[in-house]
Design a protein around this ligand. Structure first.
Ligand SMILES: Cc1cc2nc3c(=O)[nH]c(=O)nc-3n(C[C@H](O)[C@H](O)[C@H](O)COP(=O)(O)OP(=O)(O)OC[C@H]3O[C@@H](n4cnc5c(N)ncnc54)[C@H](O)[C@@H]3O)c2cc1C
Length: 468
């Protein structure tokens, strides 16, 4: 679809084609709400169902049955009557629900009566010495390459970090025939004590059996080593990984190091739209303040899925449905809709095991708050020492830090350094991430070209929206 084929306004704009967005768009469109869904990727599916319908991976066992469950969600959305636009990057959303979107280099401003932001999650930054070396990447990136292109790492591969996704990816790579030299497990021992109180709920949740099966499958094939400090070494590319264990330092030669310390909400678009966010001390990230229907501080804008706090794919779809139901009740009060109570019960069941996982897989402070010459902001190559020294000079927050050091001003717009910068300042100033705050985000939240801006049909409202 071209940008010029879009209507200038829609009743509902859904941003993000993962489980939350797909479920929301399907339910709303089926109830007669004029719905458009924008997703920046070539196909729908989001993170968990990436490449569903086009993946070159034929052997279902490799990705596991949870992945293939995405096919039904995708076809339900396609059959619902919603307009689904792929390759559509949303770079602006204002408090009046004017949406800036680009498709194949053409930009348009679309007015929405209601917006559901379902932009999902991203991997937490994992700033260690050498993390910018070629040969070091995130575990999620390797999973994306597997799901979307069927690519499997070759050479000596080491996975480091903690979190459910790490074990899932390790199992998927092993099933796909990859060799994994070792898993450097950074789960702090103390976390088991913190997590223990949540064990009963976890044992009753769907995560219990799936998680244990994954751990058993991977540990049968790969040495798992508890590590509490990790350094990637190499001149022009990764050559070896040096890590500290309870019994001393070890070195392993490696061609590929996959890092993973969990996922966090992708806050950029919602924050830039003025949605109030707060620090979640359990998930160690910022999340939007949402009500029971995932409504936010900005009227007519809801945030659903992992963008509203990490709870996984199935919970994301249920959150999308609940947000859509609230929209239907407002825009189509007479429509026949599923039972909201049932959805809330399903969601509660899905969220049950989360507290245990959040407590167990909280990365250690040393991995979240680096020191010395470790790069904190990759785009602008700002080191942890620079940030700490500048905080000692009196810099109170990330926006001032941005002015002093340019951190957060690169192509990723703070996605890969925001949490690190906030936590470093909070530690240095003996304050809290909530008090320190996060970058003040503005549109465009994704890079766009001047040509795209120039391609915008000019109306007064739209000119004002971009000049904010
Ligand atoms: C790299 C990665 C891999 C993961 N793999 C798994 C897995 O295998 N299994 C699992 O259970 N969980 C996985 N997760 C966790 C995942 O967050 C959830 O399971 C689930 O995908 C969340 O669904 P969602 O609909 O909230 O968001 P997502 O699935 O994240 O979908 C959000 C979609 O919005 C798009 N988007 C974001 N911003 C914009 C924009 N400005 N304009 C247009 N489109 C935009 C994104 O590209 C994405 O397609 C993964 C997370 C990450 C970060």
């Amino acid at each position: 679809m071209n940008a010029s084929d879009l209507a200038s306004s829609y009743e509902l704009v859904v941003i993000g084609g993962g489980p939350a967005g797909l479920a929301a768009a399907a339910l709303a469109a089926k109830a007669g709400v004029q719905t458009v869904l924008f997703d920046e990727n070539p196909g729908v599916g989001g993170q968990i169902y990436r490449g569903i319908g086009t993946t070159p991976v034929r052997n279902r066992a490799i990705l596991g049955e949870d992945y293939w469950a995405g096919a039904a969600l995708a076809s339900e959305a396609r059959a619902s009557g919603a307009t689904i636009v792929n390759g559509a990057t949303v770079w602006s959303l204002d408090p009046n629900r004017l949406v800036g979107v680009s498709i194949s280099g053409q930009a348009r401003m679309i007015q929405a009566q209601r917006v559901i932001v379902a932009t999902g999650s991203m991997e937490r930054p994992f700033p260690i010495p050498g993390w910018t070396l070629p040969g070091v990447m995130t575990a999620g990136a390797a999973q994306t390459a597997l799901k979307a292109q069927g690519l499997v790492p070759t050479g000596r591969t080491i996975i480091a970090g903690c979190g459910p996704l790490l074990w899932l990816l390790a199992a998927q790579l092993l099933r796909a025939g990859a060799g994994i030299e070792a898993i450097l497990d950074t789960t702090p021992r103390i976390n088991w004590l913190k997590a223990a109180m949540h064990l009963p709920d976890f044992a009753l949740s769907p995560y219990w059996s799936k998680g244990l099966a994954l751990l058993r499958e991977v540990k049968a094939k790969v040495p798992v080593i508890a590590a509490h400090r990790i350094v990637a070494h190499g001149k022009d590319k990764l050559a070896e990984v040096v890590f500290a264990t309870g019994t001393g330092e070890r070195r392993m030669t490696a061609d590929l190091l996959l890092l993973h310390h969990g996922v966090v909400p992708n806050v950029n678009l919602a924050m830039a739209a003025g949605v109030a966010h707060r620090w979640n001390g359990r998930q160690l990230c910022f999340e939007p303040a949402v009500d029971a229907d995932f409504g936010t501080s900005v009227h007519g804008i809801a945030v659903a899925g992992d963008g509203a706090g990490i709870a996984g794919g199935t919970a994301a779809a249920e959150r999308g449905r609940i947000a859509a139901l609230a929209v239907i009740q407002t825009l189509k009060p007479g429509a026949t809709v599923p039972n909201m109570q049932m959805m809330r019960q399903t969601l509660a069941r899905e969220e049950m095991g989360r507290a245990f996982l959040d407590a167990l897989y909280q990365p250690a402070p040393s991995f979240r708050r680096p020191v010395g010459d470790t790069i904190a902001c990759r785009c602008e190559e700002v080191t942890a020492k620079q940030v700490r020294d500048t905080a000692d000079l009196g810099c109170e927050g990330p926006n001032q830090m941005k002015a002093f050091l340019r951190c957060g001003m690169g192509p990723c717009q703070g996605r890969l350094c925001g949490l690190t910068i906030t936590e470093l300042i909070a530690e240095q100033r003996r304050s809290t991430p909530q008090e320190v705050g996060y970058y003040r985000l503005r549109p465009p939240v994704k890079p766009i070209t001047l040509a795209e801006l120039a391609s915008l049909p000019k109306t007064e409202a739209e000119r004002k929206a971009v000049e904010r």
